[in-house]
Ligand binder design. Structure first.
Ligand SMILES: [Zn+2]
Length: 115
């Protein structure tokens, strides 16, 4: 999951960079040598809006994927530690792998961990 998110993030960033370059090229082509100041200003404004759009469109999926990647990484790293286990004595869940149940102090049989 973490690796998939990381690659999606990289691909998504690359796609947006290409998109941004394409927008720059199309705007620079639209400015003819004999263009008036107003036309140049309009083209510059268009480029600014295009860049802003690309950044905004890139930002939200990138942040979402980044969070997913972080959560996925943390989750996979501590999966065994965070898996709640059920105490056979008191019937309550506990985290980690303690020798005694934190709820009732009942000794936990290590051989039965892999249910
Ligand atoms: Zn217990």
């Amino acid at each position: 999951m973490y690796k998939v998110c990381k690659w999606l993030l990289i691909i998504w960033t690359a796609v947006c960079l290409v998109w941004l370059l394409a927008a720059m090229v199309s705007v620079s082509k639209s400015i003819s040598p004999g263009a008036s100041e107003a036309e140049k200003t309009g083209a510059g404004l268009g480029l600014f809006v295009a860049m802003g759009t690309v950044v905004v469109v890139w930002f939200f999926p990138a942040v979402g994927l980044g969070i997913l990647a972080l959560v996925g990484k943390r989750h996979s790293a501590t999966k065994d530690e965070q898996q709640p286990k059920l105490c056979r004595n008191c019937g309550k869940y506990y985290a980690g792998s303690p020798s005694y149940c934190p709820n009732c102090g009942h000794a936990i049989d290590g051989s039965n961990q892999s249910s």
